[in-house]
Design a protein around this ligand. Structure first.
Ligand code: CP
Length: 347
């Protein structure tokens, strides 16, 4: 084992949230991702392996991690607990008399013997936010793994943050996004969705020093106070701002970036039938040409998947200012930089 490998194993650094990483570290990841975009095939992870543990479906995350690992010479193994690998339990002291056959404590330690990195996707259960906000699956893996753990989306989506930041830097042709007016807009969706990408957008846009407006129908759709507070603190530290608006036209006015996402109202977790009539009243939050015309020729983006003509119109999704495909492509590049960074093989 080389000194670099020993260092990676003994000082392994998880990537659970961008809040744990310094701005210089995040910027370096983007810089490396830019290089990898130009020169995609490099043996940075030759003979290494990564376990991709998916508790939920994926197109972009699964394909980009698997293919990205291959580009760098690593092997990726995809595991879907409960559908091809054993269903897992997570609770501390849990009496495992249900359907789970193994505990994440063993799974994390065993995978650590096989792999150099473990990546985990585990969405909320959408029944009790006070439970979901603990992010138990991710933190159990992080606690018991002896290799770096990457968050592939739980209650935040930090890999999406990196891809989004990279797409904005490319679009505006600068690493300095301070002073840009950034609108994170709630949009309608027929189902209540995860707040992860909205949390993440609020985090990374404020880390970048932008003037961020969270546009949502009413106070029921505010994000968890942890992320509202992080966003406000980030803005204070970077000289940007973080505010809430329920007024569509004033929020869009002169915006430089419009980022769209739908999410379920946190006070209604586990009581979604009661939330639905309220959500159904706000279909007009769709991103359309009229609203985009109010902006400063804003860039539009969304993490995907997105329902066309529900969250955003065809005209917006397909407009020259739409970064949706660039951002999705950037998942590949930023995750390659990230895997090399946590494995200690970036240089
Ligand atoms: N944006 C994103 O994570 O896409 P997938 O759910 O398809 O992985």
């Amino acid at each position: 084992m080389s000194i670099t490998e020993v260092k990676a194993l003994t000082t392994h650094k998880h990537f659970l949230t961008t809040q744990d990483w310094g701005w210089d570290e995040l910027s370096s990841l983007i810089d490396h991702a830019m290089e990898l975009k130009q020169h995609p095939i490099q043996p940075l992870l030759k003979h290494k392996s990564i376990a991709l543990v998916f508790f939920n479906p994926s197109l972009r995350t699964r394909a980009s991690f698997d293919i990205g690992a291959s580009h760098l010479g690593a092997h990726a193994v995809v595991l879907e607990p409960g559908a091809g690998s054993w269903e897992m339990a997570f609770g501390e002291g849990e009496v495992m008399d249900g359907s789970a056959e193994e505990h994440a404590k063993e799974a994390a330690r065993v995978l650590s013997r096989y792999c150099d990195i473990i990546a985990v996707r585990a969405f909320p259960k959408f029944k009790d936010w006070s439970v979901d906000r603990q992010d138990l699956v991710l933190h159990t893996f992080a606690k018991h793994a002896t290799v770096p753990v990457i968050n592939m989306e739980t209650i935040t989506h930090p890999c999406q943050e990196l891809a989004h930041l990279m797409a904005l830097r490319e679009h505006f042709g600068t690493n300095d996004l301070r002073g840009k007016k950034y609108v994170l807009t709630w949009t309608y969706h027929p189902k209540p969705l995860n707040t992860a990408v909205a949390n993440s957008a609020a985090l990374i846009a404020t880390r970048a020093g932008m003037d961020v407006t969270l546009l949502c129908p009413n106070e029921q759709y505010l994000l968890d106070e942890r992320y509202m507070n992080h966003a406000a603190q980030n803005a204070q530290q970077t000289g940007g701002s973080f505010s809430v608006s329920h007024d569509i036209d004033s929020a869009y006015a002169e915006a430089d970036v419009v980022y769209a996402k739908s999410w379920g109202a946190i006070p209604y977790f586990g009581n979604w039938e009661a939330e639905k009539p309220m959500r159904d009243q706000h279909k007009h939050f769709i991103v359309d040409e009229r609203k985009m015309a109010l902006t400063n020729n804003a860039a539009f983006s969304h993490c995907l998947p997105a329902r066309r003509n529900i969250k955003a119109t065809d005209a917006v999704m397909d407009s020259p200012n739409s970064l949706i495909i660039e951002e999705a492509e950037n998942r590949l590049h930023v995750q390659k930089a990230l895997m090399a960074a946590v494995a200690g093989t970036s240089n």
